[in-house]
Design a protein around this ligand. Structure first.
Ligand code: ADP
Length: 363
């Protein structure tokens, strides 16, 4: 029986459990055995009881649960070849030659590298006496399939990442709650949401809540934005709005890449407009909580597709990432998606904001 490993890695996201459940149950349905690798790449490097067979009932109740029940970690050891050698050895010891990895672009870059190095890692393990050549013989090809788990919706080539809609839902509820108190006291609120290089959560939340102003990394405000923002808020107040909501992505900055902080925005509203203004940093509440309908659906369909991709792979197949485009679950070239994702961050770092927006639009 083929053995398929499943792992969650990098930042946790609601829906990751749904993906694990779908991979486990589809593997079993297709006549394979499923193995959970606990704590991301740490589990693969450490081996032992960090790699456990999963039966049908072991993933019961996973679908709605937030976070990741098989754990995740940032693993320094896997960044270096000796760590990946240990990981390869543990794969062989457990008879696993296919991995479905649900994580962000970092995790998927690591996965692609692992596959690239694969037969070489086995040869090294044989030549240094850690494994016998015969034992590695059946495992010459490593199948890797990526699933994108990230609340930021920051991966190119897919319309949505697993977790982003659950997070957005929580942000909208949090902003609604703040709205009530803001309107009661006629206050202003500056709300910081997650997103270091990607303003998707901030932008979508601001549309969905009717915020007055939004700051996102891809399109920083022009010089003189302080006057523009205060002018807009003043106009809204004159029209009878009793509260002011400004949403700011954690990676927001101006055109010179100088960080714009929530307190800076608050001080502007307080000093120039005499608005009683508070800062709310939503922090990790954005990550937690139940997966929303969309993430349960997406993670299930993509988990099934990931196992299909494993079973249909040939040695020539490029490493796929499972995406969704125009509501269709698809397989895309993993490294191409990672490359495009990184080019947005690079454009921002080079202050080429038109290019950053162009790349986002092209997605
Ligand atoms: P995310 O997957 O959410 O982007 P990280 O960038 O922290 O999160 O990556 C998660 C883990 O993936 C890292 O701790 C490391 O173990 C592995 N990883 C990331 N980048 C690489 C890389 N270039 N080579 C090998 N492993 C990597």
């Amino acid at each position: 029986k083929r053995r398929i490993g499943v792992m969650t890695s990098g930042g946790d996201a609601p829906g990751m459990n749904g993906a694990v459940r779908a991979v486990v149950r589809t593997s079993i349905h297709m006549g394979c055995e499923a193995y959970a690798i606990y704590e991301g790449y740490d589990g693969l490097v450490q081996g032992g009881d960090m790699i456990k067979q999963m039966l049908w009932d072991d993933v019961r109740g996973f679908l709605s649960r937030g976070g990741t029940l098989i754990g995740t970690a940032r693993c320094m050891a896997f960044m270096e070849r000796p760590g990946r050698l240990k990981a390869a050895k543990n794969m062989i010891l457990n008879g696993i030659d296919a991995l479905v990895i649900c994580g962000g672009d970092g995790s998927l870059t690591g996965a692609d590298l692992f596959r690239d190095e694969w037969p070489g890692l086995l040869e090294e393990l044989v030549s240094n006496g850690e494994l016998k050549a015969d034992d590695t013989q059946p495992y010459q090809h490593l199948n890797i399939v990526g699933l994108v788990g990230s609340i930021d919706n920051d991966m190119s080539g897919t319309d949505a990442t697993i977790g982003c809609y659950s997070s957005l839902e929580r942000i909208c509820h949090a902003v609604d709650d703040v709205f009530d108190t803001a309107a009661s006291h006629q206050r202003g609120f500056v709300i910081e949401v997650m997103g270091r290089h990607c303003g998707w959560l901030a932008l979508m939340a601001s549309i969905a809540t009717g915020a007055d102003f939004v700051f996102i990394p891809e399109k920083p405000p022009r010089a003189g934005w302080e006057d523009q923002m205060c002018g807009i808020v003043r106009t809204h107040r004159q029209r009878g709005k009793r509260r002011t909501i400004i949403i700011i992505a954690e990676g927001a900055h101006d055109v010179n890449l100088t960080k714009i902080t929530p307190n800076q925005v608050k001080d502007l509203l307080t000093q120039r407009l005499r608005l009683d203004t508070r800062v709310t940093i939503l922090g990790h509440t954005q990550r937690g909580g139940q997966a929303c309908f969309y993430d349960r659906w997406l993670s299930t369909l993509q988990g099934v597709e990931a196992v299909n991709a494993v079973l249909e792979a040939t040695p020539e197949t490029v490493t796929p990432v499972i995406t969704i485009r125009e509501n269709k679950i698809e397989r895309s070239d993993l490294m191409e998606a990672v490359r495009l994702t990184k080019s947005v961050s690079k454009a921002i770092e080079q202050k080429d904001f038109d290019k950053a927006m162009e790349l986002r639009d092209a997605e």
